[in-house]
Design a protein around this ligand. Structure first.
Ligand code: AP5
Ligand code: ZN
Length: 217
């Protein structure tokens, strides 16, 4: 499986991607998770990225393309395919991804857009809880952990992302519509673009994804 998941903040990319990873045994590359790992490790890039992320802006194409290239070249899990979550987010990123895959004689199988109205995203984003080490996410109401503020798998504490507030969300949505919506147009022109109604329950969104996969397997 080689695919990308595109959608606004809170659409459910990070909720659905692990299920795809489990089904196909490929790697799940979430660029937001990679940047948050840099922030947690207090690297120079992490310090710069935190400010940009909290402002709802985008980290430079050059840095993001370098990160993805290095994972695709060296991460052993990616030899069995990949799901990109949060990348490409600009048209130059999409063009560079095509170049990288062409050089490897590889092709994307799906570019799936998780479509959802902006008005539904505030509740999803402000209620999200995350396990930083694994990237697992929960929701206070829609998907609560078994024990309050605790990861079901490791028992470690859950946190709220620093960009998960209404003010930052507004900026993230503005950035999405200005810079990432053109990426959906980029793929719409190809035969691999499909859309899914992401406003439904997580289990129903998963069923829609399975329908797309089953049609092409
Ligand atoms: P990133 O981490 O990618 O954030 P995002 O795109 O804003 O997406 P989210 O992670 O907020 O949403 P999601 O779709 O994964 O939702 P989730 O499944 O968790 O990027 C963060 C920042 O990093 C960017 O703003 C940017 O600064 C930078 N960055 C990253 N990539 C970059 C790139 N390529 N170029 C430049 N900069 C980059 O779900 C959300 C919540 O809703 C959860 O609580 C979940 O439990 C719940 N939920 C999920 N599905 C459902 C459902 N169907 N029904 C009810 N609740 C649901
Ligand atoms: Zn995510």
């Amino acid at each position: 499986m080689r695919m990308i998941l595109i959608g606004p903040p809170g659409a459910g990319k990070g909720t659905q991607a692990p299920k795809i990873k489990e089904k196909y045994g490929c790697c799940h590359l979430a660029t937001g998770d990679m940047l948050r790992a840099q922030v947690a490790a207090k690297t120079e890039l992490g310090k710069q990225a935190k400010k940009i992320m909290d402002e709802g802006k985008l980290v430079s194409d050059e840095i993001m393309i370098g990160m993805i290239k290095s994972e695709l070249d060296t991460n052993k899990e990616c030899q069995h395919g990949f799901i990109l979550d949060g990348f490409p987010r600009t048209v130059p990123q999409a063009e560079k991804l095509d170049e990288m895959l062409d050089a490897k004689r590889q092709q994307l199988k799906h570019a799936i857009e998780l479509q959802i109205d902006d008005s539904l995203l505030v509740a999803r984003i402000t209620g999200r809880l995350v396990h930083p080490a694994s990237g697992r996410s929960y929701h206070k109401v829609f998907n609560p952990p078994q024990k309050a503020m605790t990861d079901d798998v490791t028992g470690e504490p859950l946190i709220q992302r620093s960009d998960d507030n209404e003010e930052a969300l507004k900026k993230r949505l503005g950035t999405y519509h200005a810079q990432t919506a053109p990426v959906t147009d980029y793929y719409r022109k190809t035969g691999i673009w499909r859309k899914v109604d992401a406003s439904k329950e997580p289990g129903d969104v998963w069923k829609s994804l399975l329908t797309i996969f089953n049609e092409s397997d």
